[in-house]
Design a protein around this ligand. Structure first.
Ligand SMILES: Cc1cc2nc3c(=O)[nH]c(=O)nc-3n(C[C@H](O)[C@H](O)[C@H](O)COP(=O)(O)OP(=O)(O)OC[C@H]3O[C@@H](n4cnc5c(N)ncnc54)[C@H](O)[C@@H]3O)c2cc1C
Length: 154
């Protein structure tokens, strides 16, 4: 029997992207450079998962096949990027100071610019994201149609 834990990564100021001024793609467009750092939130979630899984095995009369990883190994958390759920960057929010989009995935600064993919996510939830991406895109499409029909996006 195997266990695989998933948790939410809480946004932190050390994890962000910026335009890489030194690298362009094959069309000459500057690429993004990502910065990434975990916080105690993620490490503590992993410790809790390890303890919970091992407790379940114990209750069932089993024996874990590996020792509990310690704090020096961040309790066995996977390296960043292994779970490839790409989300965020153009996060939604109430304030243009801390977000790019409003709750309708519309840019705060440009009223006819919408982001209908995983960009509006404000964190990495612990579940697979695609249904939520689709639901947000549908809601944004309805909003665009409604506002465009009223002539409010021109
Ligand atoms: C191997 C793998 C397995 C996954 N499995 C699951 C799963 O089982 N369930 C789940 O919910 N999620 C899964 N995910 C995560 C999910 O696929 C992503 O979170 C989701 O696709 C993100 O959607 P997006 O539209 O924001 O970005 P993307 O799907 O990455 O789309 C971005 C698009 O932009 C294009 N693009 C990039 N740069 C440019 C440019 N300069 N000009 C024009 N176009 C450009 C790219 O070609 C791409 O088509 C998986 C991801 C991977 C990689």
């Amino acid at each position: 029997m195997g266990f695989s834990g998933r948790g939410e990564m809480i946004p932190n100021k050390d994890s962000y992207c910026e335009i890489d001024t030194g690298t362009v793609d094959k069309w000459g467009i500057p690429v993004l450079k990502f910065h990434f750092k975990r916080s105690d939130h993620e490490i503590r979630q992993v410790r809790h998962m390890q303890e919970t899984f091992r407790g379940l095995i114990d209750e069932m009369g089993g024996e874990p096949l590996s020792a509990m990883p310690g704090p020096e190994d961040d309790y066995g958390i996977a390296p960043g990027g292994v779970i490839i759920h790409e989300l965020g960057v153009t996060r939604m929010g109430d304030s243009p100071d801390t977000s790019v989009l409003n709750a309708n995935c519309q840019a705060h600064d440009v009223k006819n610019l919408f982001v209908a993919d995983a960009g509006p996510f404000v964190s990495q939830p612990n579940k697979n994201p695609t249904w939520t991406i689709l639901a947000l895109a549908m809601r944004t499409s309805e909003y665009i149609a409604e506002r465009a029909n009223r002539g409010e996006l021109a």
